[in-house]
Ligand binder design. Structure first.
Ligand code: GAL
Length: 654
């Protein structure tokens, strides 16, 4: 039987040796079976170039191993030692404003710097040589959060690497000029070395250049990861990963990253003050599962407060458990925290941990121990799949492109629309997958494109085929507008989807801030209005007011065996989106439970059914028959779920 990995970042270098013994004893008490070691210890294990001191690490690995705690072996390259910065000042990150960043923290390095990359590959290889065959080492944790504070570097080395990346991608400078539309403002290049990184400049920097810069910067980090991964693989059979920041990192394209790791590992921190923050957590988990294409692991989340938000609210009783089990329900096979023991020193001392400053006579510790017990009983969940009938399209490139400057409205925000649709589906108890726009969508009953501003011709062709083949597609405004170089698709908007949707758009009418026009079908839009001209589609809702009064706001196009809906304004759950999605879900044949309060999460994973009650009232959730996976109770009728509680059943009969 598989196990669910449970533990956290372990930084014994911050503690005297006697504390290590207590740590290991407490880890056993809490059911910890994996810790991430050495994520930030470069300055300790390599005190001077080529001089290594592994003595403490050797001892701690043995201690953990004797206690049956596995090691997720970190490579410490997110925090380069000060000797490296001093010997090679050119490794310093140069920010968008052209400033070279000082040391004293982590991450402030150029991802393309040869001196930095050599040193990274070297320390990874030394660690792999030494520990690659150690039976405690179950996983490799390369670096930490690629792109966290150094998504892009604007130094001369990076600029030269960008030029080379472009030369490799385009081969010929005229192909680049065509693709980038450099005829505009006559920004033509005659050679690759004339191209500058898009550092601070007057407004209106070529959007195609900016998109390729994002792609290059993402690839630079991937190349840096590969160096270490390949060095490790020369000495170790253990799987290799690095921790992602889904969905809060805009800069890394995790569809691409997921192909590089053996297991997808994600860091997620609750946004404490945000209302309904558990919905954002679910979205993160669903997106992590999507890029993984199956089970994945939480590499970091928090037992309680973090230390970097404006007001770091502590989690309430039971909140950590709901959070952790929601990740598990949505496909996580590992639940790890930052961090094991709260630091006394350094910049993260007010961050929660599994062992708080107050020690073991604390609510947090008791909840940590209880969760460890639950996870042992839930071991059968590991490796099973989550099934979804609905997919939302997600594409980091569309996020990048949509939020470049000089768009029709600054209210056109990528996550704003995705979250509006995700939230409404969540509240209707519909489990969703996320999918890349060029993915095979044929297994889904309903596909939603809330923010597909950038859509390649290939993706558009696939979406068309999906609808013709009997699929249901729902597209929100300002989608299918540009190609991968931010060039408008030929003809009227939305060029990539005109035929699929059976309409064209004559004129955009972005709205002033605040509430927008009512729709005759009920509901009220925001942000956007536009003049939709039907060409095969029928109007199912009309703007009752505003610049497009009397014209279509919601349309439906029957195409082949399927349907393509279009929404020409921003609806939210309580202003028309619930009803619109309800109609689309009904047409697509997606069943939803009835009579369950909005904030009760119902997720199926394999034979398990998770009921997570985010309200403070007990609720009764209708069948199917099941056995409580934690206490063995057989549930034949409605299943009671206490306020703030979680009930997990193994289904015995559908
Ligand atoms: C993460 C990081 C950890 C720790 C944590 C605090 O972004 O990977 O090292 O800093 O945040 O919440």
């Amino acid at each position: 039987m598989q196990t669910i990995r449970y533990g956290g970042d372990y930084n014994p270098e911050q503690w005297p040796e006697e504390t290590w013994h207590e740590d290991v004893r407490l880890m056993r008490e809490a059911g910890v079976n994996l810790v991430s070691l050495g994520v930030f210890n470069w300055g300790i294990i390599e005190p001077a170039p080529g001089e290594y001191d592994f003595a403490d690490l050797d001892r701690i690995i043995e201690l953990l191993h004797e206690a049956g705690v596995g090691v997720d072996m970190g490579t410490p390259t997110a925090s380069p030692p000060s000797w490296l910065r001093r010997a090679h000042p050119e490794i310093r990150l140069v920010d968008h404003e052209g400033r070279a960043l000082a040391g004293g923290s982590r991450h402030g390095v150029c991802p393309s710097s040869p001196a930095y990359l050599d040193a990274c590959a070297n320390i990874a290889e030394r660690l792999a040589e030494r520990y690659g065959a150690h039976p405690a080492v179950e996983l490799w944790h390369v670096h930490n959060e690629y792109g966290w504070a150094n998504a892009a570097c604007y130094c001369p080395v990076s600029t030269a690497a960008f030029q080379q990346w472009l030369a490799d991608a385009y081969g010929d400078i005229d192909r680049l000029n065509d693709a980038w539309g450099t005829a505009f403002w006559g920004l033509v290049y005659r050679a690759f070395d004339q191209i500058e990184a898009p550092a601070i400049a007057p407004p209106g920097v070529n959007p195609a250049l900016q998109l390729d810069w994002k792609r290059f910067s993402n690839d630079a980090h991937i190349a840096s990861y590969r160096l270490q991964r390949d060095a490790i693989a020369r000495h170790s059979q253990a799987p290799v990963t690095t921790n992602f920041m889904i969905p809060n990192c805009e800069d890394m394209d995790y569809w691409r990253w997921a192909k590089e790791v053996d297991v997808v590992a994600n860091n997620h921190y609750l946004i404490a003050e945000r209302p309904e923050n558990h919905i954002e957590l679910s979205m993160s988990a669903d997106l992590a599962r999507a890029v993984a294409g199956g089970p994945w692991m939480v590499m970091e989340h928090s037992t309680s407060a973090v230390n970097w938000q404006p007001r770091n609210l502590a989690k309430g009783p039971g909140e950590m458990r709901r959070n952790s089990l929601a990740h598990l329900a949505r496909g996580a096979d590992g639940l790890m925290f930052f961090q094991w023991r709260a630091s006394r020193v350094g910049s993260e001392k007010f961050h929660s941990a599994m062992v708080p400053h107050g020690g073991t006579d604390t609510r947090v510790w008791r909840e940590v121990v209880d969760l460890g017990g639950d996870l042992e009983r839930l071991a059968g969940v590991a490796g099973t799949d989550v099934e979804a009938e609905v997919a939302i399209l997600w594409d980091w490139e569309s996020w990048w492109a949509l939020e470049l400057e000089w768009r029709p409205s600054e209210d056109l925000r990528y996550r704003e629309r995705i979250e509006a649709y995700y939230t409404s589906l969540w509240k209707q108890h519909v489990t969703v997958d996320f999918a890349h726009p060029e993915a095979d969508l044929s297994g889904y009953r309903l596909v939603i494109a809330p923010a597909s501003y950038l859509l390649t011709a290939e993706a558009a062709k696939r979406l068309h085929g999906y609808v013709e083949g009997g699929g249901n597609l729902l597209v929100s405004y300002f989608s299918g507008i540009v190609d991968e170089h931010d060039a408008v698709h030929p003809g009227a908007h939305p060029g990539a989807l005109r035929e699929t949707l059976g309409l064209w758009v004559e004129e955009f009418h972005p709205l002033p801030e605040g509430a927008g026009p009512a729709l005759d079908s009920g509901g009220r839009g925001r942000i956007w209005s536009e003049r939709v001209r039907l060409d095969g589609a029928e109007a199912v809702g009309v703007f009752a007011e505003g610049p497009d009064a009397g014209h279509p706001a919601l349309t439906r196009h029957r195409l082949g065996g399927g349907n393509a809906w279009y929404v020409a304004t921003a609806l939210d759950h309580t202003t028309g989106l619930r009803e619109l999605l309800g109609d689309a879900l009904d047409t697509a044949g997606v069943q939803r439970p009835t009579g369950v309060p909005e904030h009760v999460e119902i997720i199926r994973r394999g034979r398990y059914r998770f009921l997570i009650n985010h309200t403070d009232q007990e609720v009764a959730v209708p069948g199917p028959r099941g056995v409580d996976a934690l206490d063995g109770t057989v549930h034949t009728g409605d299943i009671p779920v206490p306020g703030g509680g979680v009930v997990i059943t193994t289904i015995i009969e559908e």
